[in-house]
Design a protein around this ligand. Structure first.
Ligand code: ADP
Ligand code: MG
Length: 453
């Protein structure tokens, strides 16, 4: 199976990436019941890359080979070995990989829709930035269909939308295990619909959604420009709404900015409550990391508190990255048997802290590249394929990939919601072109220098 997956992957990325990241990896085991493929690799760095940058590619390739969708989780070989023994000393792996068999919280409706047990209201730290959304979510969880319906939660990436949606689901199931609670990302909804259309099973599809008591649909912006899916969603939405079923929707933007989402769909979102999540303030960021330390049974010494403050100072607008940085420090300290303190943290985070790595943003890249090619940032984010715009766009995508740690998917979102494979293709094209064309390489080096200053 792995060989087939590999050959699929090979077609999609450069030879170097392929041999660096994928060749040293292999399948540890496949859990057919939970639909998870466990991958192993010797190097922790590779594990991070496979879990981050290439997760989607892995999942797509596995799906292509196995014929149905699996989650792919990569861990270090030694971690699998340790797993059988004590879990105590092992640092907490990222959220996605933390689901353990016994922890799965499933809804009666569909055993495959899982809630991350970590995403509870208890674990959600409340501050000014999220108080309103948290209160609304809590109200919906306590009295579905009665408090706010539909509830629309929006906010930038990594600010807790998915966490809140899972929290609602978990709370509902804890208090009423028989309730049909369904959480789907809009991406899952789309894929499911496409599959149903292909298999002539749209009736089943419709029926399944009709049976839902509470529908939690995440990242609705993903439906932009997908007309058939929107139509089906509209139908589902109306059906459930008419039956007085609770609907919760999340998006990275407020409804009125979902420009490419059909009008009738958009206006529906104005029916009831719209709650936003904004970046957490400093105190909340510290509180989130403290909570995390506590959940990890990590004793917060003065040194660790110092490190927490350092991270909270440096990473300001994305809680996922905030947690990621903290995770990284914990993992590295146990890996290298070093004590966590400010200096250690600075070393680990040097790309963020010392080089001021966070000053390179996709916005900056877009601005510099647009200016250089005499186009506008709007052009870059538009859907036009006109070569004078498309090529600079590809270059900007490539630079985002090179200079930030955004995933292909995230970069795609930033350039007019393009598919991650489009971004992947752009990066490889620019790389190839640079190898052939010295003047292009020179241009790009200059752009890089400009962006860094
Ligand atoms: P989004 O869906 O908005 O992109 P997520 O819900 O996935 O963001 O949140 C990213 C990470 O940050 C998750 O691990 C989540 O648990 C954590 N997180 C976000 N907000 C909070 C909060 N207020 N308290 C604790 N953890 C949070
Ligand atoms: Mg999310």
């Amino acid at each position: 199976i792995w060989a087939k997956v590999l050959s699929n992957i090979k077609e999609n990325i450069t030879q170097t990436s392929y041999s660096t990241w994928f060749l040293p990896a292999s399948i540890h085991r496949i859990d057919d019941e939970l639909k998870i493929v466990y991958i192993q690799s010797e190097k922790s760095f590779n594990v991070n890359i496979l879990n981050g940058r290439y997760k989607k590619l892995l999942e797509d390739s596995v799906e292509a080979v196995l014929g149905s969708s699996y989650r792919v989780i990569t861990k270090e070989t030694t971690e699998y070995e340790k797993e059988g023994e004590s879990l105590r000393s092992v640092p907490e792996p990222p959220a996605q990989t933390r689901l353990k068999n016994k922890d799965l919280i499933t809804s009666g409706l569909n055993k495959q829709k899982l809630f991350n047990p970590r995403y509870t209201f208890d674990n959600f730290v409340v501050g000014n930035s999220n108080k309103y959304a948290q209160t609304a979510a809590m109200a919906v969880a306590e009295s579905p269909s009665q408090a706010y319906n539909p509830l629309f939660i929006y906010g930038g990436s990594g600010l807790g939308k998915t966490h809140l949606m899972h929290a609602i689901g978990i709370y509902l199931l804890e208090h009423n295990p028989d309730l049909n609670v369904l959480y789907v990302s809009s991406e899952m909804f789309t894929n499911e619909l496409i599959k149903a259309l292909g298999d002539n099973k749209t009736r089943e599809f419709k029926n399944k959604y009709r049976k839902v008591d509470v529908l939690l649909i995440d990242d609705i912006q993903f439906l932009e420009g997908k007309e058939t899916t929107q139509e089906e969603f509209f139908y589902t939405f109306n059906t459930l709404y008419d039956l007085n079923k609770q609907i919760v929707i999340s998006s990275d933007r407020p409804p009125n900015e979902l420009v490419r989402l059909e009008d009738r769909l958009r206006s529906r979102f104005a029916w009831n409550l719209i709650a936003s999540l904004s970046p957490a303030d400093y105190e909340t960021r510290v509180a989130i990391l403290m909570k995390k330390a506590q959940n990890n049974k990590l004793e917060v010494t003065d040194d660790i508190y110092d490190v927490i403050c350092l991270i909270a100072e440096k990473i300001t607008d994305n809680i996922r990255e905030l947690e990621g940085a903290f995770n990284r420090i914990i993992s590295f300290s146990s890996l290298m048997h070093e004590k966590i303190d400010r200096n250690f943290a600075k070393r680990i985070l040097k790309d963020i802290v010392v080089n001021g790595g966070d000053s390179v943003t996709p916005e900056k890249i877009k601005t510099v590249v647009s200016r250089h090619y005499n186009i506008t940032v709007k052009d870059m984010e538009s859907s036009t394929r006109q070569q004078t715009i498309a090529y600079p766009r590809q270059i900007a995508m490539y630079l985002c990939r090179e200079m930030t740690d955004y995933s292909f998917e995230k970069i795609g979102n930033l350039f007019g919601n393009r598919h991650y494979s489009t971004v992947m293709h752009a990066c490889e094209k620019v790389q190839k072109d640079m190898a052939k064309d010295d003047s292009l390489k020179h241009d790009i080096d200059q752009l890089k220098a400009k962006i860094e200053n």
